[in-house]
Design a protein around this ligand. Structure first.
Ligand code: GLU
Length: 251
């Protein structure tokens, strides 16, 4: 297993994401990565090995002031344990929309979709199934990230928990799930999404679990949940059980 953390709010995202990744370290992983958006400045950083290595690398590169971001620990299933296979993955550098995605799970029909995208001129830089999803969302993007994610997910089979951001929509975080766990923490004008509650409880105790084939679009002060077919849902927000020791001791 491995982990996902994503944040949108008014605080700097990077410290929250890194702290969240540390709390998920117990799940096991081989590499880690993060992407943040500061207006239209999409920054990604990835590394093989511990979250600590990623953190060092980020502090040398000057970090980010962005208040939206996604972070990942990978357990490789498709492609070796290398920096270029680590998440986040992005759509095409030249013709893309600055879409960055993290993913836990396996896209089973990635090879077919990859060939289809290559025929359309997409160039891939990793061996992962996940990068196919990044390019597919980019291919389907027409100014609405939520729609593009829904459309892309209707084409894939397999398991996923994903979080997606886009340079062209710096106020939107889209997350979705099928078969891999994902939970949305609801704070005051902020949301923190994670694979499990251990990365959420330090920030808020209000949360809802995404069900299979559900997509959540989060802005700083609102959210909406739909199915991949865009049917509107009303998630049940519940109070998380808080283990104070867990909050105080950190990861
Ligand atoms: N299948 C993806 C990969 O190999 C995601 C693995 C994971 O769940 O971390 O990169």
């Amino acid at each position: 297993m491995c982990g996902i953390v994503a944040y949108i709010g008014h605080k700097p995202a990077l410290p929250i994401l890194l702290e969240g990744l540390k709390r998920l370290e117990y799940r096991g992983y081989d590499s880690a990565g993060v992407a943040t958006l500061d207006d239209d400045d999409l920054r990604t950083c990835r590394s093989v090995g511990r979250v600590r290595v990623l953190e060092d690398r980020l502090s040398r590169s000057g970090g980010s002031r962005g208040t939206i971001g996604i972070a990942h620990t990978r357990w490789a299933t498709h492609g070796a344990v290398t920096e270029s296979n680590a998440h986040p993955h992005t759509d095409d550098a030249d013709r893309g929309h600055g879409i960055a995605i993290i993913h836990n799970g396996i896209i089973e029909n990635y090879a077919t979709i990859r060939t289809w995208l290559q025929d359309k001129g997409h160039t891939f830089t990793s061996e992962t199934d996940t990068e196919v999803l990044a390019h597919l969302i980019g291919e389907l993007y027409a100014g609405d990230l939520e729609k593009a994610v829904q459309s892309a997910l209707r084409e894939v089979t397999g398991a996923y928990a994903i979080a997606v951001i886009c340079r062209e929509e710096p106020d939107t975080l889209v997350v979705a799930r099928k078969g891999s766990p994902l939970m949305v923490g609801v704070g005051k004008d902020e949301y923190i999404v994670a694979s499990d509650s251990s990365a959420i409880v330090a920030h808020t105790t209000q949360a809802f679990t995404l069900e299979d084939y559900n997509v959540a679009k989060l802005t700083r002060d609102s959210f909406r949940t739909t199915t991949v077919d865009n049917v509107l849902l009303t998630p049940q927000i519940r109070e998380l059980e808080v283990d104070l020791e867990q909050i105080e001791l950190g990861g």
